[in-house]
Design a protein around this ligand. Structure first.
Ligand code: PLP
Length: 391
């Protein structure tokens, strides 16, 4: 049987057993609707309250009522960007974001542009960092919102969030950050970092899929995205997904409890992996910031071959990774992130994201590197592009 090695933890993670145990009774024993007034409902509401407290503690929110549950990171991003922009539209209709945001933020911005808002998409440097000088330059009198991600999902670069938030506040602007890839990987303290709104997601931190949250500092206004009942203090309609929320709360508690130890382990795995890859494979580029990065995500461009072909050969041998490009109408489009970092399309197209999980072993890395080395060798042997030019 083929060995299976999962190196796509930035896409999603397995639910950990502690999290699963927290969730299981919510499916068939404590199954009330958390909005119901009777004892079944009150039991479910207590589970939701506990999860809300755990998440608030994990990000050091001042008050648990600043946590609003959503269906995931994409909803939280859409809600923050559209909801805040709409709530403050009478003050101004200009928003600042970056070119390397997740599509949930970028598409929300595009939707606002169609409504007459103006959006500035900040460039990044070759490491994927937003420049504070460029940010300051982009700020206008009618800017109401700055949305910059905390950690990039493709290359793992960590932004200078505290400085960006400070710059926003000095200019009377609200600051939102997509921290989906940051939770569990870097310390998040919304009070210390002066964050007004922050998106997080459960399934990236060993919690279940379909649960996330928007942290919204008390006093910040937001229009609803989902109208309905009076759930989430009237701001987000819909019966709460109690099992997933229970799991998310537990997962967030564990992610913060084990952050340092997990990152230490991932650092040594990353170094081991990179040294073995460099030892075995030539003509590669490691993307992202050399220091300001999370440990679990490694983006590598392999010259002269396409990422999709590497992915497929690895998949045949049981190794799961992801590419950085999106396939639209049969045209391979290099990732918007790598493009914004100034990486040439031909090199960007040969990019693979390896994202390690907390339970990975050195034997898994050895196997993955062996399979990768063979795949790259095979593909380069038949590639129309060679170091000497096109065949
Ligand atoms: C940076 C970032 N933002 C948002 C999301 C979307 O989160 P979800 O899958 O919970 O909708 C992801 C997931 O890939 C992400 O990496």
């Amino acid at each position: 049987m083929t060995r299976k090695v999962y190196l796509d933890n930035a896409a999603t993670t397995p639910v950990s057993s502690e999290v699963l145990n927290e969730m299981l009774p919510c499916f068939n024993l404590l199954y009330g609707n958390s909005s119901s007034i009777h004892s079944f409902g009150r039991e479910a509401a207590a589970i939701v309250d506990r999860a809300r407290d755990r998440i608030a503690a994990a990000i050091n929110a001042k008050n648990a009522n600043e946590i609003y549950f959503t269906s995931g990171g994409s909803e939280a991003d859409n809600w923050a960007v559209k909801g805040i922009a709409h709530a403050y539209a009478n003050k101004g209709k200009h928003i600042i974001t970056s070119k390397i945001e997740h599509s949930a933020v970028l598409e929300a911005c595009h939707a606002l542009e169609n409504e007459g808002f103006e959006v500035t998409y900040l460039p990044v440097d070759k490491y994927g960092l937003v420049s504070i000088a460029e940010l300051m330059h982009a700020i206008r009198k009618d800017t109401t919102l700055i949305s910059i991600m905390a950690v990039n999902n493709e290359v793992g670069t960590i932004q200078n969030i505290k400085t960006i938030a400070k710059t926003a506040h000095e200019n009377g602007i609200i600051f939102h950050t997509d921290a989906v890839q940051a939770l569990g990987a870097v310390k998040l303290d919304v009070q210390d970092m002066e964050i007004d709104a922050m998106s997080i997601s459960s399934h990236k931190i060993y919690g279940p899929k379909g649960a996330g949250a928007l942290y919204l500092k008390n006093g910040i206004r937001i229009d609803s995205l989902i109208s309905g009942g009076n759930q989430e203090r009237g701001k987000r309609g819909g019966t709460l997904n109690v099992p997933a929320i229970a799991g998310f709360g537990k997962a967030a508690e564990i992610a913060v409890r084990d952050l340092v130890i997990n990152q230490q382990k991932l650092r040594s795995i990353r170094e081991y992996f990179l040294s073995k890859v460099k030892e075995n494979i030539e003509y590669i580029h490691v993307n992202g910031h050399p220091q300001q990065k999370i440990q679990g995500t490694v983006s590598i461009s392999f010259e002269m071959i396409e990422g999709e072909s590497i992915l497929m050969l690895l998949d045949l041998e049981g190794v799961a990774v992801s590419t950085s490009s999106a396939c639209t109408s049969n045209i391979l489009q290099p990732s918007h992130v790598l493009r914004a970092m100034g990486i040439e399309d031909e090199i960007a197209q040969g990019t693979i994201r390896f994202s390690f999980g907390k339970n990975i072993s050195k034997a898994d890395v050895d196997y993955a590197v062996e399979v990768l080395t063979n795949a790259v060798k095979k593909l380069r042997a038949i590639s129309p592009i060679t170091k000497a030019g096109r065949r």
